[in-house]
Design a protein around this ligand. Structure first.
Ligand code: NAP
Ligand code: GLV
Length: 318
């Protein structure tokens, strides 16, 4: 795909890094792959040779450390772990957009929405109390699902939910038109979006505008008995506000894939709350083989002076 030579330095989960190494070796053997160990740079990495950096947690001074960087890749779809203000102008940051990420997120959101729709969290809590108690089955047409964030992941989740017959809606920063889906945008559209949403799913990026967005005001804007799925970032959620809304019965249950911090401390009330399902940030994951394909495509396009898929706009924050 590219005849370019140079070093791609990877800093992330070492097991997945080993898969990156194999995939890159097969697809572009002329690119040198190095994993950045926790303790420091590998001995055999010459900083001047590092042209591409693929990282989850970037070190603060990476641009100074590697003066010949051409592209920086986030190992995930999100880029909130980067200090975007410190990114040198002209050094593109590329996030992962490979199709598997959206497909697995659509699985997760569908599972969570169906579990909430069919009261599985409540039945799980009842089972632990040896309690046999039925609840009314609500038809899908009577359960309105709303997704905050109409990007790659939000749209994929809506498409996957479509056949179930839930009335679907989405909320984004700028107006979006999606066939058969009610859409709302910005501050002006938020209250109406929340008021028509029985199961709220957060698939937003974490930016200064969205940090702490799921607070007591937002939750109060949902109909009584609504449910929440947060698969965006833990810092989107004001945790005491959710606990208060759960305890007051305003929110009936929550599925949380992301928390702040991760993991939560052992005594955090979410761990044992009967109306909370927690998963350890596994809603979706980048597939190493597809990620390497995306990286090689990005390198080739960037070298050819073409626009690169997944390029982050530092001013927008995502
Ligand atoms: P994306 O394609 O960039 O889409 C982001 C969406 O959020 C866009 O529709 C955007 O609006 C909207 N948005 C941004 N700021 C907003 C605001 N202030 N108000 C309203 N809407 C706003 O992102 P993506 O690939 O779908 O990923 C979304 C997020 O999912 C990631 O950033 C990450 O936080 C999270 N994630 C979680 C996991 C997990 O395993 N739990 C895995 C991957 C990603 P516009 O359409 O107007 O631009
Ligand atoms: C994971 O959370 C990601 O951003 O890909």
């Amino acid at each position: 795909m590219t005849a370019l030579t140079g070093t791609l330095l990877y800093r992330g989960d070492p097991e997945r890094g080993a898969l990156w190494a194999q995939c890159l070796q097969r697809a572009a053997p002329q690119i040198t792959f190095r994993q950045w160990p926790q303790a420091g740079l590998p001995q055999d990495v010459c900083p001047q040779e590092v042209r591409w950096l693929a990282v989850w947690q970037p070190p603060a001074d990476f641009a100074a450390q590697f003066p010949n960087l051409r592209l920086v890749f986030s190992l995930g779809a999100g880029v909130d772990h980067f200090d975007l203000a410190a990114l040198p102008a002209g050094l593109p940051l590329i996030r992962m957009t490979e199709a598997g990420l959206a497909a697995a997120m659509a699985d997760y959101v569908t599972l969570a929405v169906l579990a909430l729709h069919r009261d599985f969290i409540r039945y799980g809590a009842q089972q632990r109390r040896a309690e046999w108690q039925e609840h009314r089955v609500v038809p899908a047409a009577g359960r309105r699902v709303g997704i905050m964030g109409l990007g790659r992941l939000g749209q994929a989740a809506l498409e996957r939910l479509r056949p179930f017959g839930f009335p679907l809606a989405g909320w984004s920063r700028t107006p979006r038109a999606l066939d058969g889906i009610e859409t709302f945008a910005g501050e002006a559209g938020r209250a109406a979006f929340l008021a028509r949403t029985d199961i709220l799913v957060c698939l937003l990026p974490l930016t200064p505008e969205t940090r702490g967005l799921i607070d007591d005001r937002l939750l109060a804007g949902l109909p009584r008995g609504a449910a929440l799925v947060n698969a965006g970032r833990g810092a989107h959620l004001d945790q005491p506000a959710l606990l208060a809304a759960l305890d007051a019965g305003h929110i009936r249950a929550a599925v949380l894939d992301v928390t702040e911090p991760e993991p939560l401390p052992p005594d955090h009330p979410f761990w044992r709350h009967p109306a909370v399902w927690l998963t350890p940030h596994i809603a979706t994951q980048t597939d190493p083989e597809a990620a390497v394909r995306q990286v090689l495509e990005a390198i080739a396009r960037h070298e050819a002076g073409l626009p690169v898929e997944g390029r982050v706009d530092p001013a927008r924050g995502y």
